[in-house]
Ligand binder design. Structure first.
Ligand code: GDP
Ligand code: MG
Length: 439
């Protein structure tokens, strides 16, 4: 996945200041490969990379971020933008009923979606009508009727001896007569782009003038999804896309391509065979999924909101010069704690990645709470000069913090280890601040 790829690159991006073209090129090579692996269309990838590069080169790397964070953040924002930015809503006609026409290949999930959408609309107090417009597949009408029954939605059918165009027209009229505010028209599947069937759906379109034409796309079909979308888009004025079968292990690269090729927003994502497995499509969440680093992205957001850049820089300096007290230690812990999952966070915070790998420094939330209690029970003098903390002081601190002397001992040992490591580290880094692997 992209995570592993990027982590590789980020290890190499060590500079501060501005992202150089070289940094960005290196990162973009990995992003490009990852997107191609996720089945994003190559042309889409090419445009995307060009855009990201333009944004990233010369971008300031704030003191509190690693260059890697900055790149991931830009990639994520652009991906989200490419998929439409914000969540796109289902159309609603000024004068009901709102007519929704389903289009797509056979097996894409049109009939299932018709039922799911009705279910969703009913939950929002709408009164949908399902129209059985697929007269070719033997069990298609029955399939829709079963779905309708399951959720208590009326299904309009004229059997399979009347043309789909006529069925659609009469279905809309039926909705008007019966106070249904949405008409969901299921249509025949196409095994592939087929002229006769394409003409039929164009005729349905002309007859009922739908407010919404949803292209239903199986996300598992990868590259093929792009061709399908393109063909449908040429013949029909699509207004939205629904991605189905996102419950599989597809990374959703098709989502990116389909939006880019048709220009139509992706409105829903279907994530299973059950009637309630349909969700509004959120471009930002899909971007995280494609990037495969959802947690990291939310951490970046939190870091942006919580980390004080100057403080972080000062902390890093202190650690490097081993001019680091128990008070700093606690402050660092508290900053980290505000933000959640620690391991990844430590990786991203300047200076902190190394701490995580120290043998004596296993971070968990409970331990932070304990550390906090212990440090808070110390006098200012004890915090600045831990050497003076003898056995009787340890007993007092343990009692004051509701911990044991063993806990206090452990914390002091950790702190000493950490300082020692910091000292070693700073001598390795030298005055220029370049790490052993740097340059
Ligand atoms: P249509 O030919 O386009 O009408 O497709 P159907 O609605 O009949 O769906 C084809 C198959 O895909 C059925 O077995 C559905 O249960 C299944 N299906 C539809 N949507 C999803 C989905 O989001 N996830 C999974 N796993 N299966 C789905
Ligand atoms: Mg069907």
């Amino acid at each position: 996945g992209l995570t592993a790829r990027l982590q590789n690159v980020f290890g190499k991006l060590r500079g501060r200041g501005k992202l150089t073209e070289e940094d960005v090129n290196e990162a973009m090579r990995e992003v490009r490969l990852a997107l191609l692996e996720a089945d994003v269309n190559f042309k889409v990838v090419k445009d995307f990379i060009a855009k990201v590069k333009e944004k990233a080169v010369g971008q300031e790397v704030l003191k509190s971020f690693t260059p890697g964070m900055v790149v991931v953040d830009i990639v994520n924002k652009e991906l989200t933008e490419l998929m439409g930015g914000t969540q796109a809503k289902l159309a609603q006609a000024g004068k009901p009923p709102t007519v929704v026409l389903m289009a797509g290949l056979q097996g894409a999930g049109k009939t299932t979606l018709t039922g799911k959408l009705a279910n969703l609309l009913q939950k929002q107090n709408h009164k949908p009508l399902l129209v059985a417009g697929d007269i070719y597949r033997p069990a298609a009408i029955k399939q829709l009727q079963v779905l309708g029954e399951q959720i208590g939605t009326p299904v309009f059918t004229l059997g399979n001896q009347v043309s789909p165009v006529e069925i659609a027209k009469q279905g809309v009229q039926h909705a008007k007569d019966n106070g249904n505010d949405y008409v969901l028209i299921d249509t025949a599947g196409r095994l592939q782009i087929d002229e006769a069937l394409m003409e039929e759906i164009q005729n349905i379109h002309a007859a009922v003038k739908p407010d919404e034409v949803l292209l239903v796309v199986d996300a598992m079909t990868g590259q093929e999804a792009v061709n399908v979308a393109q063909s449908f888009h040429e013949k029909l004025a699509l207004t939205g896309v629904v991605l189905t079968k996102l419950d599989g292990d597809t990374r959703g690269g098709a989502a990116l391509s389909v939006k880019a090729v048709t220009g139509c927003p992706i409105k829903f994502a279907s994530t299973g065979e059950k009637i309630d497995q349909l969700e509004p499509f959120h471009p930002d969440r899909m971007a995280s999924r494609i990037l495969g680093m959802g947690d990291m992205l939310s951490l970046i957001e939190k870091a942006q909101a919580n980390i004080d850049a100057d403080k972080a820089a000062e902390m890093e300096r202190k650690m490097r010069t081993a001019d680091f007290t128990l008070e700093d230690f606690l402050e660092q812990m508290e900053q980290v704690r505000k933000m959640g999952p620690l391991d990844q966070l430590l990786d991203m915070m300047p200076g902190m990645g190394k701490i995580k790998n120290m043998p004596n420094f296993k971070v968990d939330e409970k331990q932070i709470a304990r550390t906090e209690a212990i440090v808070k029970s110390m006098t200012r003098n004890e915090k600045l000069k831990p050497d003076i903390i003898n056995f009787s002081r340890r007993k007092r601190i343990a009692a004051g913090s509701g911990t044991t002397v063993a806990d206090v001992n452990r914390l002091l040992r950790q702190f000493e280890d950490m300082k020692k490591m910091m000292k070693q580290f700073s001598s390795m880094m030298g005055p220029g601040g370049k790490g052993p692997k740097g340059g």
